[in-house]
Design a protein around this ligand. Structure first.
Ligand SMILES: Cc1cc2nc3c(=O)[nH]c(=O)nc-3n(C[C@H](O)[C@H](O)[C@H](O)COP(=O)(O)OP(=O)(O)OC[C@H]3O[C@@H](n4cnc5c(N)ncnc54)[C@H](O)[C@@H]3O)c2cc1C
Length: 419
């Protein structure tokens, strides 16, 4: 295995996972072709990696498979002013996902997810620092920390989050309302307390960063083909084929990094992986980014605001409704109202964007070989944290492709947990 050198790799998806994986592979001298139906350099590129909140959040170990949240779900769904919404026509299609979600919504699974999210989140900033040395990040990244605020309504949940992060050694600084207002004086004091993650960073333009990483990939010899991939197949021990409607491309190994769209491909490989999407939205308030210095997330509302080059990006909510339903005006209005609750001086908004978080029911990503086709590697399901985890996913998956040893325990990320 020591002399092994992979001869070629095809990657489906040029979101942050695909581009970071491609970059690490070309750095190892392995020929790589990236496929995407949209060119990452074009304004039509609107994937999750374009429109997210831009937080690099290495602290976010706790996910939504937590029993305390489960009790609040019916209340949230009934309220028209809540952070969670359903497209009822889609719910019958989510039974498989819900089955695994309820199986994983208990204290043991919650702590398992937290432990293994922590394993990779803890390496996420260093992995970005490494790739950021190779691109121009001027005006694209800021290191001013990230603030979460909350009211006293759900203190049991807040205390649980604080305790689990403390137990895992995550650094957090508790803030009173006055301390928050000292840091962000324009906020309306509608919250009671919060926490600051001082070492967290944010992107002022996630798409700008993605484009620079993609350009570096191409400069290093990576190829890009703009096409819609219909299927892929492992044909022998050292050959996989990726097919569009008109062409087929042969590689020794292939990687599925297609975000929330990955299920269409894995279903064809005979693995029934319960991947689905948590839809989220953003709007911009142009020239209002000066109102806050760093991202502020209002936990009670499931929404946040990030100062970006496009303006103040108000972003969030979770809507369960699949990939095909149209955007919901109600969700957009919800985000606008939440933003104005914290910053009443905001005027009218621009741009309305719907994005698809790729989410597995235990909230761990799948990173590793397909169970039935060892030369097809999976890299999807990063849910709310795919932006943060891009660079480390690049390192992990490129290591798997290249047959390198690792000290990380990668078993928890295998798709075998759903079989
Ligand atoms: C509202 C919102 C806010 C978020 N905020 C944050 C945040 O602050 N911090 C954070 O860490 N994460 C955040 N996320 C999550 C993060 O954006 C995603 O987890 C991450 O972008 C997923 O990256 P990806 O590369 O897996 O998928 P994507 O970015 O979705 O890219 C997948 C690519 O694959 C292509 N593709 C799919 N199928 C095919 C096919 N068959 N043929 C050709 N091309 C195909 C698509 O065109 C797409 O370009 C947020 C997400 C949303 C929706």
């Amino acid at each position: 295995m020591d002399d092994y050198k992979c001869k070629s790799v095809g990657i489906i998806g040029s979101g942050i996972q695909g581009v970071c994986i491609g970059l690490q592979l070309v750095k190892k001298g392995i020929p790589v072709t990236l496929f995407d139906r949209n060119d990452p350099l074009s304004p039509e590129f609107k994937a999750a990696s374009y429109g997210n909140a831009g937080h690099f959040s290495p602290y976010a170990v706790l996910q939504f498979n937590r029993p305390d949240i489960l009790y609040d779900v019916p209340k949230m769904l009934i309220s028209s002013y809540g952070p969670l919404a359903l497209k009822w026509n889609y719910i019958p299609k989510m039974f498989h996902w819900f089955y695994h979600y309820f199986k994983n919504c208990n204290k043991k699974s919650m702590l398992h997810t937290a432990k293994y999210m922590h394993q990779i989140l803890n390496l996420s900033l260093d992995a970005y620092e490494e790739v950021f040395k190779e691109i121009d990040t001027t005006g694209l990244v800021e290191k001013k920390g990230i603030i979460y605020v909350w009211t006293n309504k759900n203190l049991k949940s807040r205390n649980l989050e604080i305790k689990i992060r403390d137990d895992l050694g995550v650094k957090q600084k508790h803030l009173t309302r006055d301390e928050i207002l000292e840091l962000e004086p324009n906020l309306s004091p509608v919250f009671d307390a919060g926490v600051l993650y001082e070492y967290a960073m944010h992107a002022r333009d996630p798409h700008g960063i993605l484009k620079n990483l993609f350009r570096l990939f191409v400069q290093r010899g990576g190829k890009f083909i703009q096409t819609d991939i219909k299927n892929l197949q492992q044909t022998s021990v050292n050959e996989t084929i990726i097919r569009s409607d008109t062409d087929e491309y042969k590689f020794e190994k292939s990687v599925i990094a297609s975000g929330a769209f990955s299920k269409k491909l894995t279903d064809q490989l005979g693995e029934n992986i319960p991947l689905d999407t948590e839809r989220g939205y953003h709007v911009h308030f142009k020239n209002q980014d000066h109102l806050i210095s760093r991202p502020v997330i209002f936990l009670d509302r499931g929404f946040g605001m990030t100062p970006m080059n496009q303006g103040l990006r108000a972003v969030g909510t979770v809507e369960l409704g699949g990939l095909k339903n149209p955007p919901s005006k109600k969700r957009i209005n919800y985000i606008i109202n939440c933003a104005k609750e914290l910053l009443p001086q905001l005027g009218s908004h621009h741009d309305e964007w719907l994005g698809f978080r790729p989410t597995l029911p235990d909230f761990l990503p799948i990173l590793g070989p397909s169970l039935k086709n060892k030369n097809i590697i999976y890299a999807f399901g990063h849910q709310h944290l795919g932006w943060t985890l891009g660079a480390i996913t690049g390192k992990i998956i490129s290591g798997i492709v290249a047959g390198e040893k690792t000290n990380l325990n990668l078993d928890p990320y295998s798709s075998k947990r759903f079989n």
